[in-house]
Design a binder for this molecule. Structure first.
Ligand SMILES: *Cc1c(COP(=O)(O)O)cnc(C)c1O
Length: 454
């Protein structure tokens, strides 16, 4: 696959280069330069296909200039020892549970695939790397879990002391081995500043093979397209018309969104020929994208804190990708993506309703998705308004995290504590290792110099 920068179509690279670089040299983000038609492949997948099977079929043509089908199979098996689960909520809404991976959030798909690829590329070159990252909680745990045990990579993850949950901390501090968890006596902004400082430090860069596993890496985006294909295949939406000529109804996806990477990955699958009707973007009160689609003006601003905090983003970086993939044509974007925001009370109320009506625990991000999907499906549309999703069509809402990771919000909504998945509960009692440092660049530098590339 040849990729290019969102800012300049002739700034091209191979997929491998994009994965090892992160952002493009011109500051843009990498996107695939071509959009192959994979619809025959999608149609050939049986509704019983496993996630690994779907992943192989999608990735083979995309990465054929770098990997044989056998190599793709090995990479997929290594990256995805977990799979999504489809769970019916009611007559129209089905949840696509993406939280059955090691850190119990959908970011496991991207992080794990990126870790597998990077380890593979570094082994090819007999090189090692140190992945340096800062986290406010969620991303860091997914990255640390994904890179745990990689043969050619050490991971250093910085988190702010006392500002992340016990569970999030345990996810990083109980790994050990090639993962160094660093508690910084400061804020998340301090952590980010220190990481930026390390990357800008010529001496450090000269001595250490520092790299990032940033969420804007194309190697994290691409694997997220696969679960849209998986959901559509399982729902029978990719089947060819029957002999009587009736096509299955297209599928619609509602995606709880912050940085818009997850939704952009779905749009990629649609461009490859997946029969998707509409994407519904559900945001929390950080509603720059719904506003942009409504008014045609993009006004990035500082984020506000909400119960769905992994979506507290005021300037979503993947919007640049989304616009470019649709030729910077806002009407095309409006045709494909409808967006709406859920308020804090609406998020809590939806968590409570879903628990009371269906005995199902959902996280606040998923609740924003269910709320917005229901709002757009509601029949009480103003006269003359065309529905975002025609009545009777199935809507799949991405369930982005396990509710057990957001027990405070869940408790606030329902008065109960959510179930904690056993694999996360086990971490709370496991031996933990962390290094505590001051919020100063010099402290981080000393620590990094001591990480022996073994
Ligand atoms: C990151 C995250 C989101 C938002 O996904 P984007 O790709 O940034 O839009 C939603 N829910 C959860 C639980 C997340 O961790």
């Amino acid at each position: 696959m040849i990729v290019c920068s969102t800012r300049n179509g002739s700034e091209t690279a191979t997929f491998r280069e994009a994965v090892l670089r992160g952002p493009a040299p011109d500051g843009g983000l990498y996107i695939p330069a071509e959009t192959p038609d994979l619809s025959d492949r999608f149609a050939a997948l049986p509704p019983t296909a496993s996630f690994a099977e779907v992943a192989g079929k999608v990735l083979e043509p995309l990465l054929s200039d770098e990997f044989t089908p056998k190599q793709i199979g090995d990479i997929v098996d290594r990256a995805f020892p977990f799979a999504p689960v489809l769970r019916r909520l009611d007559d129209t809404i089905t949840l696509l549970e993406l939280f059955h991976g090691p850190s119990a959030a959908f970011k496991d798909y991207g992080a794990s695939f990126l870790a597998t690829l990077m380890d593979h590329y570094l082994a090819q070159d007999s090189r090692r790397a140190i992945v340096l990252t800062a986290t406010s909680g969620d991303t860091g745990s997914a990255v640390a879990r994904a890179f745990a045990g990689a043969s050619n990579i050490d991971v250093v993850v910085l988190f702010p002391a006392g500002r992340i949950s016990a569970l999030q901390e345990a996810q990083m501090t109980t790994i050990g081995g090639n993962v160094t968890a660093v508690e910084v006596l400061g804020s998340f902004d301090d952590c980010q500043r220190m990481v930026k400082g390390a990357f800008a430090d010529e001496e450090l860069r000269g001595r250490l093979p520092l790299t990032s596993a940033n969420s804007i890496n194309l190697g994290r985006l691409l694997p997220q397209s696969i679960y849209y294909v998986y959901a559509a295949v399982r729902a029978g939406a990719t089947q060819r018309p029957s002999t009587e000529g009736t096509s299955p109804a297209p599928i619609h996806f509602c995606v709880p969104s912050g940085n818009f990477g997850n939704l952009t990955a779905g749009v990629l699958a649609k461009l490859w020929g997946l029969p998707v009707g509409r994407f519904i973007a559900a945001t929390n009160r950080n509603d720059v994208v719904p506003e942009y689609l409504r008014e045609g003006v993009y006004r990035p601003r500082p984020s506000v804190a909400t119960p769905a905090n992994a979506m507290d983003v005021g300037d979503p970086s993947n919007l640049e990708r989304l616009r470019r993939l649709l030729d910077d044509d806002i009407d095309r974007l409006r045709n494909l993506v409808v967006a709406s925001a859920a308020g804090d009370d609406e998020i809590y109320a939806t968590m409570r309703e879903v628990y009371e009506d269906h005995e199902l625990e959902i996280c606040p991000h998923t609740a924003a998705g269910v709320f917005v999907a229901r709002r757009l499906l509601s029949r009480d549309l103003p006269e003359g308004a065309s529905p975002a999703v025609p009545a009777g069509h199935p809507v799949v809402v991405a369930a982005t995290a396990h509710p057990g990771k957001f027990s405070e919000a869940f408790h606030q909504a329902t008065g109960r504590h959510p179930t904690i998945p056993p694999r996360l509960a086990a971490m709370l009692g496991a031996p933990s290792h962390k290094t505590t440092i001051a919020a100063e660049g010099a402290s981080l530098k000393r620590l990094l110099m001591g990480v022996s590339p073994n």
